[in-house]
Design a protein around this ligand. Sequence first.
Ligand SMILES: [Zn+2]
Length: 269
Amino acid sequence: MTIIGVVARSLRATLEMALPTTCGGCGTAGATWCALCAHEAGRVTYPGGPRQVCPKPSPVGYPPTWAASPYDASARAALVAFKDGDRRDLEAVLAPMLSAAMATALATDPGLRAVLTSGNGPVFVVPVPSSPSAVRRRGDAPLELLTRAALARAAREGSRGQLMFSPALRIRRRVADQAGLNHRQRATNLDHAMQVQPRWRASVRGVTCLLTDDVLTTGATLVEAARALREAGSGHVAAAAVAATHRRLVATGGGFQDGDCRSQPCGER
Ligand SMILES: [Zn+2]
């Protein structure tokens, strides 16, 4: 099923709930996610499904990463409302997108495919950690909820037993809000900011990991998360995200370009 189909299906499911609510994309009364926003989301997601995406410049240690949608229009509205607007019900819209990006990563990335086809799994699915202050402010960790929901979908679609939810990472020191920082500042802000939690250290050793994130911007978050996993001895690391900003990004394989970006080979470095 294409991402447009996935979004349309989740829209129908959402509409059927018929709760007195407002659209998480535009605020119109009547549905969690209105028909116009669903149409817009279908229009802005990458045609043909999730794409491998690569920041430019691509930072050292950047894991191969797939995203479902450009961080644009309704994807942005839905993610902001989901994380910071108390609209956790938008999980119904966003989990299928993350699940689709994960499925494409698992089907495309040679390191992930090797584990799954050899039966040497499971692959650990590791959400990028929220800072303790963000968890206190929000009352929960939205990306963990989203990752669990995406995994539940993957299990229903046949990946049961091959993927394991593994919230192995934590933030180990104070970090500034990444918003408003350029790519160098983001990398410095996050350098050695994450670590594998002690109770997960023995488990991640030698294990292939699929990171999950909401929005790919400069790649600094995924670079730090992958570094922390590798430092703890994990095997191959790849990543899946709901959306990717495209001012600094190019997608590979499908010709997606924006502004002065140029397609470039994209792989683990
Ligand atoms: Zn709407």
